[in-house]
Design a protein around this ligand. Sequence first.
Ligand code: MN
Length: 485
Amino acid sequence: MAGYIIETKENKWEVICGLEIHCQIISKSKMFSGASTVFGADANEHVSFVDAGMPGMLPVLNERCVHQAVKTGLGLNAKINKYSQFSRKNYFYADLPQGYQITQFQYPIVGEGKVLINLEDGTTKEIGIERMHIEQDAGKSIHDIDPKKTFIDLNRAGVGLMEIVTKPDFRSPEEAGAFLKKLRSIVRYLETCDGNMDEGSMRCDVNVSVRKVGEEGYRTRCEMKNVNSVKFVMSAIENEAKRHVEVYENGGKIEQETRQFDPLTGQTKVMRKKEFAHDYRYFPEPDLPPLVLTDEYIEDIRKEMVELPDAKKERFIKDMGLTPYDADILCENKEVAAFFEKAAQGSDGKKVANWIMGDFFAMLKARHLELEQSPIKPENIGKLVNLINSNVISGNIGKEVFQIMAETGEEPEKIVEEKGLKQVTDTGAIEAIVDQVIADNPDNVAAYKAGKTALAGWFVGQVMKASKGKANPGIVNKMIAEKLK
Ligand code: MN
């Protein structure tokens, strides 16, 4: 795509952006305790002594979380580190009763990887993954129950997180947005994180700096924490980059700091001066041994990998005749892709894709239905396309049949049979209607013959109407042209 450049009178600036994404791991219990991770329970219902930071409690690593992290690492085309280590990140916060977070620092479980993002113009770009480590989540402070008090809910304390850190490879808000969508799609395919940004199970920190086009190296960056939607991430990058440019052009200096993005104004404001790693006095977690994985363990997980969106997209393009754009849309969601494949089986892939992305999605949207609530079975879309392709019904009648399918859930053949919608290809029957229309409209016949040949379309329309849409439009067209010659 064309670069995203901020132009001023004197300079051209480019945006440099990297993302850090916290993904809540799907597992029944927390990372270092047996407490449940179920969402929406009463406050402090799922808190073990470990989660509450009681003195003398020992964390026990939940193997499920490790499994999910390795699977995600493989999905990010990343190196899985057979040796990793937990560290303590020390800081005080009321919703972190331990006084430290168990995380990974020097030795993360996942190393470098890469993710392809799909841009709107149909091109792709490779984004580097720096690392991914696993750590425990903190609890929640609730400020809006009492005007003077803050309440603490520790249900989330200790839930497993995967923190994915990208390289500073994004050069536009669009690229960052595309990455978040792709990452969400991958973790949902893998079922390692539900990817719901609005529920906080995927949270994004955004690092932004700018530099003049052609300049080497990086300038000071600022970080915006917990930006909670793709749209807000894109807006935060755009606004923060503009702020940097303005500061530089006015001869100012950007300080490394953590800023808060306000979704209402689109502006960012300073929260605190950026802390550095040494502020946390990381040290190896004494209560947990290093995490050592075997090749066999990793290979067993590799065996349960499902086909991911990139591979599926390639296959849909190659085997089913889809365009990259169609394939991107149909592959973003695993359930949609499976629905499409079922529908396209024994039918025309490209046409089935058009029906699904057009009338079918519109029908679901209009009725506020999720895919799994669809009244239309996927194989019936394939059958409908076959009826049109083999000229049993016309495309227009196909739309009518589709509406009835959406009402009744019935098979298209049955609907066509019962409602008598089969296309009339019997030339004798069509000819009778054509003759009638010509006989009924002598004025238009005369006008046509006098040179107003655009009236041919009007005649075709009259015949189609008289046949209730069932006449084969190809035959009607030809016949009108011949009869009016
Ligand atoms: Mn973190």
